[in-house]
Design a protein around this ligand. Structure first.
Ligand SMILES: NC(=O)c1ccc[n+]([C@@H]2O[C@H](COP(=O)([O-])OP(=O)(O)OC[C@H]3O[C@@H](n4cnc5c(N)ncnc54)[C@H](O)[C@@H]3O)[C@@H](O)[C@H]2O)c1
Length: 391
């Protein structure tokens, strides 16, 4: 089974992710069928893509010829039957299990037997979508990050029935699209959306406890931690409705493990319609003329904030390895290329010293007596044995 440039790629859903994925596939020479039920959405997608590509010409990153080729290779359609000749399909429609299942049932009847089908779902299990298939061995998760043409990471998630051959073939195709791939188990949040939870969750907890305000926590994570954005800026950008929903679904899917407990502060923001940048106000006020509070740039306080959030992130990264979701190398690659972390978390732990992280977790556990702060067994074992995550 080979997927190469001659493979016609079907992208289902012409929203944010579908448009970006279609751009990538076309850039690498594939004919792309971009399908959506909404003609209006297809027009918007075409316009948005043209604008993005024209900017590349203005910046001398691409020639007019190249971008004409990219646009010509994409066929925007509202007829599902146009996908009949696709050899590889990526679905990126609304995050709704019944919509996705219905689509895959139709697609499976339409395409040839050797077509590989995949979903870009962020929060549904691959197993649950695969139940729609007669041949689930040809279906898997292929999770891109937003914006798909810029973020290098793709998580490849085989389901319980996916054949090894199919995963390997898709990995090779993603390699040819210059993506960094990691193989993840079909568990809630896969790698990135699981390991990144404390970046938001622990920041919100510090805020709720009144240890620091949003600006100070953001300052600590950027100035002392080297993160490109602080957690509150990032949540305001993602939108609290979206971020809260992911947190809530990961929490439920982990059978209410307190490590993933959502925050009341964020829930209230959603209820009040303070969704972040898109609604003009979130933790920060984006309305014209409004001056936001300055951070308290106290180094001792900053270290306390940064060390606590970093320890929680590393503990979560260790858990992903401990539970065989992915290897230490893959977890680190995922966080660097999926969410732009300044360093792989487990490499960071090796550098800082694992006992420093374990001490930070143990101190939190003693202080709060909450299961949320339990140190991961692999972290404890490595400290006991003097081992590193990257041996
Ligand atoms: N936005 C992100 O940051 C992000 C990142 C990774 C993965 N994802 C996942 O990608 C998928 C798409 O997300 P998005 O942000 O691009 O959504 P979006 O709302 O921008 O786009 C969804 C598109 O699906 C179309 N659609 C809805 N029902 C359809 C149907 N039955 N047939 C065909 N098209 C249909 C809509 O018209 C819309 O254009 C979701 O599964 C989401 O979880 C999103």
């Amino acid at each position: 089974m080979i997927l190469d440039k001659s493979t016609i790629v079907g992208v289902i859903g012409a929203g944010t992710m579908g448009t970006g994925i279609a751009q990538i596939a076309s850039t690498y020479g594939h004919t792309v069928i971009l399908y959506d039920i909404s003609n209006e959405q297809l027009n918007q997608s075409k316009k948005a893509l043209s604008k993005i590509l024209e900017r590349q010409v203005e910046k001398n990153r691409m020639t007019q010829n190249e971008i004409d080729g990219i646009m010509e290779r994409i066929r925007f359609t509202s007829e599902l039957s146009d996908c009949a000749d696709c050899g590889f399909i990526i679905e990126a429609v609304v995050e709704d299990l019944s919509v996705k299942k219905e689509l895959f049932q139709k697609l499976e009847n339409l395409v040839s037997e050797d077509c590989i089908l995949s979903s870009n779902t962020s929060s549904l299990s691959i197993a649950s979508i695969s139940s729609a298939f007669e041949s689930p061995e040809r279906f898997l998760g292929v999770h891109f990050f937003n914006p798909a043409p810029l973020m290098k990471l793709v998580e490849i998630i085989p389901g319980i029935s996916t054949s090894n051959n199919v995963s390997q073939t898709v990995k090779e195709l993603m390699d040819s699209w210059q993506k960094v791939t990691v193989l993840a188990k079909d568990t809630p949040g896969f790698i990135v959306n699981r390991v990144a939870r404390p970046f938001y969750g622990e920041a919100l907890r510090l805020y709720e406890e009144g240890i620091a305000d949003a600006a100070t926590i953001d300052w600590a994570m950027k100035e002392l931690g080297g993160f490109k954005m602080g957690p509150f800026e990032l949540m305001d950008l993602i939108g609290h409705d979206v971020n809260y929903k992911v947190t809530e679904s990961v929490f439920k899917d982990f059978y209410y493990d307190p490590r993933f407990k959502p925050s009341f502060v964020q829930k209230r923001m959603v209820e009040a319609g303070r969704l972040g940048k898109k609604s003009g106000i979130g933790f920060y006020d984006y309305r014209e003329g409004v001056k936001n509070p300055e951070p308290v740039t106290d180094r001792k306080l900053g270290d306390k904030i940064f060390n606590r959030i970093l320890a929680m992130l590393i503990n979560e990264a260790a858990d992903a390895v401990f539970m065989n979701i992915a290897t230490a190398k893959e977890v680190d690659l995922a966080m660097v290329y999926g969410v732009n972390y300044p360093k792989g978390l487990l490499k960071w732990a090796d550098e800082i010293g694992l006992s420093f992280i374990l001490d930070a977790m143990s101190a939190l556990q003693i202080e709060y007596r909450e299961d949320r702060y339990r140190p991961n067994p692999l972290l404890k074992k490595n400290v006991r044995n003097g081992d590193l995550f990257h041996g």
